[in-house]
Design a protein around this ligand. Structure first.
Ligand SMILES: C[S@@+](CC[C@H](N)C(=O)[O-])C[C@H]1O[C@@H](n2cnc3c(N)ncnc32)[C@H](O)[C@@H]1O
Length: 217
């Protein structure tokens, strides 16, 4: 079978994805400006979360916030497959035209908001059931802002937070802290499509909402 040229649209887990070299992406970058904090392609940790959600599907209309959403494919997957209400958040406004391009192509709606992790207000966090994010803890400086967001989200009543990563040291530092403080779970995962990759999911179920024999703790 002949190999697809690198600029062909690929269908991965039911979603059409433009490769970074596609002429429409290149045209958009020239017009709107290139993403500046690595939101320049779809990173593979999002696929770890998609597979986890397939096995543990959220109920219809679950309100899901994707943090560091980049092109927002994880949000689109949740909207399309689980009828979730999704909000993509990113510090870099230059990712949003790329998200919109994919949303239009895949015929799904994802709301967007430009914000840094640490600036997300408790009132907005309180409107979410779940927070997800792939490949978002890649610098040491991101550990504190993400921990602030996680603490605020749990206080605001978010039920579940899922962060995926190949296993970079800042992510593992955040994961160790969340295991200690919130009984977060670190799970090894792997995918074979679109390519072979191994990594981790950090899953935090809100300790205040975990059911005991006497009701929520
Ligand atoms: C490596 S990309 C991953 C993008 C997307 N999650 C994916 O899997 O394709 C990291 C994303 O996090 C965003 N980001 C980085 N620092 C951030 C911060 N402090 N607050 C919010 N978003 C941030 C970047 O703009 C970028 O879109």
């Amino acid at each position: 079978m002949s190999k697809l040229p690198s600029a062909s649209i690929q269908n991965i887990r039911g979603l059409d994805i433009y490769p970074p070299k596609h002429p429409r992406i290149q045209k958009m970058l020239a017009k709107a400006g290139a993403p500046e904090i690595h939101g320049d392609k779809v990173w593979f940790s999002s696929y770890f979360i998609m597979d986890y959600l397939d096995a543990n599907p959220p109920a219809p209309k679950t309100r899901i916030m994707e943090i560091g959403c980049g092109w927002g494919l994880l949000s689109m997957y949740c909207t399309k497959n689980f009828h979730a209400r999704t909000l993509g958040v990113d510090a870099d406004k230059n990712v949003f035209p790329l998200l919109e391009l994919h949303a239009e192509r895949n015929k799904v709606k994802v709301k967007t908001k430009a914000s840094r992790f640490e600036n997300l207000k408790p009132a907005l966090l309180a409107k979410q059931d779940m927070i997800v994010g792939g490949d978002i803890c890649f610098w040491d400086e991101l550990v504190e802002p993400l921990h602030t967001l996680i603490a605020n989200a749990l206080d605001a009543g978010v039920k579940r937070i899922i962060i995926a990563d190949p296993g970079r040291p800042p992510f593992l530092k955040l994961a160790r802290r969340c295991r200690r403080l919130y009984k977060g779970k670190l799970k090894s995962v792997r995918i074979t499509k679109p390519r072979k990759h191994e990594g981790y999911l950090l899953i935090i179920d809100n300790p205040a909402l975990v059911l005991t024999a006497d009701g929520p703790t």
